[in-house]
Ligand binder design. Structure first.
Ligand SMILES: [Zn+2]
Length: 438
């Protein structure tokens, strides 16, 4: 993709970001720099993959030259700093003093002065010799204020209430914890969570994290009138753990299903959830020999028990077909799911089955299949959960669970075409931001 305009975007700097002086950020924006930004709305169903970045932005210093217009004009933008007056902010945008005096004589500009607040963005276009053409001032709680030259004076107008989705790229380095590093890099918690979740199949963020690990993330942020209002979705990410790179790219298939894949098209989705219950604790672990609470004698415990109140929803841990749903001896009410590759999961002592759960029915990962109970050989409400491979019980907490199958051939071609740009951007981040961190 041609980078039509080099734009230097200055973002709101938090205290943490300031301390983390090595941080740099590169942000991509598909938006025109000035005027009304029609954008791609911010409806929740906005497909971030439709975003076509046209400008690349990199924050280095303030103020920043953000481009040069078609008739030799310059576009600059800056964030209002604490202690700024309007004239200080304007002079930082390289507007000449005479122009500033003229501006301050107009009513609309005095109004602008009253809503000046640190962290807000101000943009100006000037001619090469510093004559002002336009100013755009983000007010956050109200539409941006536009000031346009008209003859020797200036006229003010409000821009439309602008909703935009911007693509932001950031990098960081682990010093102590993942969240410490993402905070320092100014990455919202929601995105940090998505990052951890996305790579949770390939690495354990509590155990495997190393000081010096690096990461880059590309994600969307919703803006209203230039103020960030919500973090969106992780589009692509790279995590280099102990020298080994892990990469993930969001792909939306033709049916609208979104999942994360490696740049080569391998799925990063978990083949199995770790637990069939949302909130639970293990009350009895997998064991080759334990004293049975009901039978009293020692025998293997072929699964894991999760303590939970009667009626707690039990979820299918992977895509499967129902192999059995009914009463079976000590198991009480039991659901057996048959997955691919010879995997079966058992859910026992259930109080009830979810509607439609019958042998032969397909279920998908996360679907509610039954409710916790205490039927069969059980001393109180809990879920007994087993994983069997080729009929042999495995320790669900210890076995390496398989991932989802990779994309089929024609999907893979579509995937590669659709995501090549994100792969390039990750490489760019590696080359620029992380180099700057060194
Ligand atoms: Zn059990």
């Amino acid at each position: 993709m041609p980078l039509t305009k080099l734009r230097i975007l200055t973002d709101r700097l938090t205290g943490a970001e300031r301390r983390f002086s090595l941080r740099t950020l590169v942000a991509l924006s598909s938006l025109p720099l000035f005027g009304v930004v029609a954008a791609f709305g911010l409806a929740p169903d906005t497909n971030p993959l439709d975003i076509t970045p046209q400008t690349i932005t990199e924050a280095i210093t303030l103020p920043t030259l953000i481009g040069s217009g078609s008739e030799g004009s310059f576009e600059r933008e800056s964030l209002i700093q604490s202690g700024d007056t309007l004239s200080i902010a304007l002079s930082r945008l390289k507007i000449d003093d005479l122009e500033i005096q003229r501006l301050l004589a107009t009513e609309a500009v005095r109004q602008m002065a009253s809503s000046i607040r640190s962290g807000r963005r101000i943009q100006a276009t000037t001619t090469q010799d510093g004559q002002l053409l336009t100013i755009r001032f983000d007010r956050g709680d109200a539409p941006a204020l536009m000031i346009n030259r008209q003859g020797d004076g200036f006229v003010a107008s409000e821009s439309e209430d602008v909703l935009e989705s911007r693509v932001v790229m950031r990098s960081g380095r682990i010093l102590s914890s993942l969240y410490g590093a993402t905070d320092s890099a100014g990455i919202p918690d929601k995105i940090a969570n998505q990052l951890a979740e996305t790579f949770s199949t390939s690495m354990d963020f509590r155990e495997d994290l190393r000081r010096g690990d690096t990461f880059s993330v590309i994600y969307t942020v919703s803006y209203r009138n230039g103020e960030p209002i919500a973090a969106g979705k992780l589009l692509a990410a790279e995590f280099v753990n102990a020298g080994k790179p892990h990469r993930a790219i969001l792909y939306r298939d033709p049916f609208g299903r979104e999942d994360y894949y490696t740049p080569e098209g391998e799925s990063l989705k978990r083949g199995f959830l770790r637990s069939p219950l949302e909130f639970s604790r293990v009350t009895s672990s997998f064991s080759n020999s334990r004293k049975h609470p009901v039978y009293g004698f020692h025998r293997a415990h072929t699964g894991v028990d999760f303590g939970a109140p009667t009626g707690t929803r039990v979820k299918a841990t992977g895509d499967a077909t129902v192999a059995f749903a009914g009463r079976r001896g000590g198991y009480g009410n039991l659901v057996i799911l048959r997955h691919s590759n010879g995997f079966e999961t058992y859910y026992a002592h259930l109080s009830a089955f979810a509607s439609g759960i019958r042998a032969g029915r397909p279920v998908s990962q996360g679907q509610v299949i039954a409710y916790v109970g205490s039927t069969g050989a059980s001393t109180g409400p809990h879920l007994h959960y087993e994983i069997r491979i080729a009929g042999k019980p495995q320790n669900p907490m210890a076995i390496k669970l398989p991932g989802s199958p990779p994309l089929v051939a024609e999907q893979r071609a579509r995937f590669l075409e659709q995501t090549a740009d994100w792969s390039d951007k990750l490489a760019l981040l590696r080359g620029t931001n992380l180099a700057a961190l060194d």
